[in-house]
Write a protein that binds this ligand. Structure first.
Ligand code: SPV
Ligand code: MG
Length: 290
């Protein structure tokens, strides 16, 4: 089954769809192994993996290749963070074709101006796009897609930019009318009240998507009770967990003057080989190497 159809089926099914962010194949595999429904190809994580800011610095091809490399090694669907769509509506059409070719189930585009800044950045430039221009991008994306199950998710940055609930609701309605399959409403508030207010006021039959990075006190059971929200994205917890683990191990090697006391803190190499699919490769070698 196509990944787009798998994701569409999850949207039709009961319960919350849970995604975790990744930037490479091993991270994506660990998310699948942990039992999550899908992988979020996080722009923040992919940019961070280059050691550079999440500010539209790397190209669409670098993002699509990161998404492709993750998608190829998992069976669960991948939802790609496509920032602003890498330009105008014409760039979005080109982008949708490339992501669909890579087997990606859905793309998320946000209504900020290119080049964007990360939404959680305290000093971030949170410059919103004109509504008409973003409607054009959504319409263009929907025209460009080939598989009718492929989803185009519109991400609203009005709360991030401090433009308020009314603006966020107006934009969400306009983007749904333009053809968006779901609305990702983003917030950087620590208090979940901002998101709860938006979700409570939402009156359209189009699912909402949340990224509760800052309002982390909001549990899945509470999100489920709100209704209307179908997908939750834990956007960058793999990156942050692995950074902390690496920092701890590197500090310890430095302090200990060697690697003799690390086994508790690191996975055995065999676990790396397992995740790489080495046993399958060996089986193929037995069959085909003559
Ligand atoms: C990402 O993971 O790249 C996101 C979520 O877009 S956020 O970092 O909160 O903007
Ligand atoms: Mg992003």
């Amino acid at each position: 089954m196509e990944k787009a159809t798998k994701l569409k089926d999850l949207f039709k099914g009961p319960g919350l769809i849970r995604l975790v962010g990744a930037h490479n194949g091993i991270g994506a595999k660990l998310i699948e192994k942990a039992g999550f429904d899908g992988v979020w190809a996080s722009g923040l994580e992919i940019s961070a993996s280059y050691g550079i800011p999440d500010a539209s610095l790397i190209s669409m091809y670098q993002f699509v290749e990161a998404a492709r490399s993750m998608n190829e090694v998992i069976d669960i669907p991948l939802v790609a963070d496509c920032d602003t769509g890498y330009g105008n509506a014409i760039n979005v059409m080109y982008m949708v074709k490339r992501y669909e070719e890579a087997g990606i189930a859905a793309v998320v585009i946000e209504d900020k101006q290119f080049p964007k800044d990360n939404s959680l950045l305290a000093s971030g430039r949170q410059e919103l796009l004109r509504v008409e221009e973003f409607e054009g991008k959504i319409e263009a994306a929907k025209v460009a897609q080939r598989d009718s199950d492929f989803m185009v998710i519109a991400r609203i940055e009005a709360l991030i930019a401090g433009w308020g609930q009314e603006e966020a609701q107006m934009r969400a309605h306009r983007y749904v009318d333009a053809g968006a399959d779901a609305i990702l409403i983003h917030s950087k508030s620590k208090d979940p009240q901002e998101i709860i207010e938006f979700v409570t006021a939402w009156d359209r039959d189009i699912p909402l998507v949340l990224v509760p990075t800052t309002y982390s006190s909001l549990k899945e059971s509470e999100i489920h009770e709100l209704g209307k929200v179908k997908m939750v994205i834990y956007a960058n917890h793999g990156l942050r967990a692995s950074m902390k683990a690496m920092e701890t191990v590197f500090d310890k090697i430095k302090k200990d003057g060697g690697i003799y006391d690390l086994d508790e803190l690191i996975d055995p190499v065999d676990h790396v080989f397992d995740l790489q699919g080495v046993s399958q490769m060996k089986e193929n070698e037995r069959k085909f190497l003559r």
